[in-house]
Design a protein around this ligand. Structure first.
Ligand code: PTJ
Length: 254
């Protein structure tokens, strides 16, 4: 990271910014991705920049859903490609899922660059460059999808997804897992499992959970999914933000 020492208190956050700037320079991340990251950072600050207990619970349910899925697909946009490319490829390999480049501000050039970027990390199956289907209810560019990929998936992992597109996937009968630092976003409220955590923490957590839970019996995984309540988890995520903020404030008052 240019000239910032690892001892800097905001090193992790600065490193994340740098990765996105590099993503923009390489034509992987859209300029809007920088704005989205700014919003994410502010929300992460409210959480205390840690994986909270409700986020951990969501990550466990997400791992169970992905392990149980018959046709899971991991969707990658410009922000995920810049921040967690290696982890997305690793998770895909661990659960035997393809990746699909699925971007909101679509240009064919950026789709190709993201796909190449994922392949440079060893991705074997990357959909998205030649979409041959569309998600009902979305305009042409936003709805592009691939048969064998997102279009046919039963479980879709879509970190940092737009609300409209998330709703459209749910309407198709898919189970949707998202990562979104905003517990109040439409995506957060619509998804089957919403992980309110930074994608840079959520991905490593998911990879270890999938490894850990891979040996569990199917009935146990089903029980984790059945007892999961996304609304309650979102409420606890909001409460985690509120209590973190008031704890922080009381340390100033002392
Ligand atoms: O590459 P593209 O064209 O697909 O564009 C990707 C972005 C993210 C720009 C696009 O999907 C977009 O505009 O997303 P939104 O509607 O801004 O939503 C992104 C959500 O992700 C917001 O609720 C942010 O708070 C949240 N977010 C941003 N950064 C992170 C995050 N959540 C988790 N980890 C982050 N690092």
């Amino acid at each position: 990271l240019s000239d910032v020492p690892p001892s800097h208190p905001r090193y992790a956050s600065l490193l994340t910014r740098e990765k996105l700037v590099e993503g923009v320079e390489r034509g992987i991340t859209g300029l809007n991705g920088l704005i989205a990251q700014g919003r994410g950072e502010a929300l992460d600050y409210l959480l205390g920049e840690v994986t909270t207990p409700p986020a951990e619970e969501a990550e466990r349910a997400a791992a169970a859903l992905l392990l149980l899925a018959e046709r899971p697909v991991l969707s990658v946009n410009g922000n995920a490609a810049a921040l967690v490319p290696r982890e997305m490829v690793d998770l895909a390999r661990k659960i035997g899922a393809p990746l699909e480049v699925n971007i909101f501000y679509r240009t064919e050039e950026r789709v190709r660059r993201i796909a190449d970027h994922l392949r440079s990390f060893g991705a074997e199956e990357v959909f998205g460059e030649t979409p041959d289907a569309s998600v009902p209810g979305l305009d042409h560019a936003r709805g592009k999808a691939s048969r064998g990929g997102i279009f046919d998936a039963d479980v879709v992992f879509v970190p940092l997804e737009d609300g409209d597109r998330c709703e459209a996937l749910v309407r198709m009968g898919k189970r949707v897992v998202t990562v979104d630092l905003n517990p109040l976003s439409r995506t957060a409220r619509t998804s089957t499992v919403t992980i309110v955590d930074n994608v840079v923490r959520a991905l490593p957590n998911l990879i270890s959970l999938v490894g850990e839970m891979g040996g569990q019996r199917e009935a146990e995984l089903r029980e984790i999914v059945a007892s999961y309540d996304n609304r309650a988890v979102l409420r606890r995520s909001v409460e985690a933000m509120v209590s973190h903020l008031s704890r922080q404030f009381s340390t100033f008052e002392e």
